[in-house]
Design a binder for this molecule. Structure first.
Ligand code: ATP
Ligand code: MG
Length: 261
């Protein structure tokens, strides 16, 4: 697909010099009469953290679903990675081609240890690597997300939610993605844990992985995002510099409209 460059907005939004790494054009998902995602287009540039906000039910998770085809693809629209369409690829191929995701609900193999959880993804990405090197890689990724070495062999099902979220992120990173889509990594976390999650998001970006971050914890989103997109009822209602977007009257109304029923 042809990828058009992002134009800087009058508000002084992020104005990258690079070509987009991930680009979505006209993404749409219908569930019967409901337009969960409705003609959404955006670009993500290499090294960027793109934040996605929006009230409950605005289509954020569905957007990640249709980009990754986990569990379903779009009704219409196109996604390209580095200018190459992902349209013909299934979920598995998309994950191995450089677009990994985490889920709103922490999704781990409960009966496997932490290191075995990550090994499943390392094996999927690098099946020919020797086993001891696969184990070493799993350990490096667990270190990157700050997973305590003393917990590497504990069963994932028994550890607190923060650690299960770390494991889910580590498993996504084990696929060696170029971009990671993170769906509410800070939900259900305490204040200090949210601070640690911020450090993880920044460490992921520093490691060279581009990040798209859905988050209801606005303090985190505002702190780490280079640019922000806000969805409401499946549509992009604002995008640009976070401080400008969050003060946009349409955004305030979308959140207050939900808050006041
Ligand atoms: N598999 C599905 N079948 C039917 N409707 C769905 C399905 N998945 C999502 N929806 C609907 O699509 C809309 C968008 O849902 P989605 O989960 O994408 O919202 P969200 O922005 O992620 O919300 P939240 O902030 O609560 O996580 C909602 O109305 C939801 O009920
Ligand atoms: Mg969601």
């Amino acid at each position: 697909m042809k990828v058009s460059p992002l134009r800087p907005s009058a508000a002084g939004a992020f104005a990258p010099m690079s070509e987009p790494l991930l680009s979505a054009r006209g993404l749409t998902k219908h569930f019967g009469g409901l337009k969960a995602v409705d003609d959404v287009s955006f670009d993500v540039h290499p090294g960027e953290i793109l934040g996605i906000a929006g009230p409950n039910g605005s289509g954020k998770s569905t957007l990640f679903n249709i980009i990754t085809k986990v569990p379903f693809g779009p009704t219409a629209g196109e996604v390209a990675l580095d200018g190459r369409s992902l349209g013909g690829l299934g979920a598995h191929a998309i994950a191995l081609s450089g677009v990994a995701r985490t889920f709103q609900r922490e999704n781990v193999f409960a009966s496997l240890s932490a290191v075995d959880n990550v090994l499943v993804a390392v094996e999927a990405h690098a099946p020919k690597l020797q086993f001891d090197q696969q184990v070493a890689r799993a350990g490096q990724i667990l270190d990157l997300v700050g997973y305590p070495p003393t917990m590497h062999n504990m069963l994932a099902g028994g550890v607190p939610i923060f650690y299960r979220k770390q494991l889910m992120i580590a498993s996504a990173l084990a696929l060696k993605p170029r971009v990671i889509l993170m769906d509410e990594p800070a939900s259900s976390l305490t204040g200090p844990e949210i601070d640690r999650m911020r450090d993880i998001v920044l460490a992921i970006r520093a490691s060279g992985v581009t990040v798209v971050l859905i988050e209801h914890v606005l303090s985190l989103l505002m702190e780490v995002s280079d640019r922000l997109i806000v969805l409401d009822q499946g549509r992009v209602i604002a995008s640009g510099a976070p401080r400008v977007v969050i003060a946009d009257a349409k955004v305030v109304e979308a959140y207050l409209g939900v808050a006041h029923g």
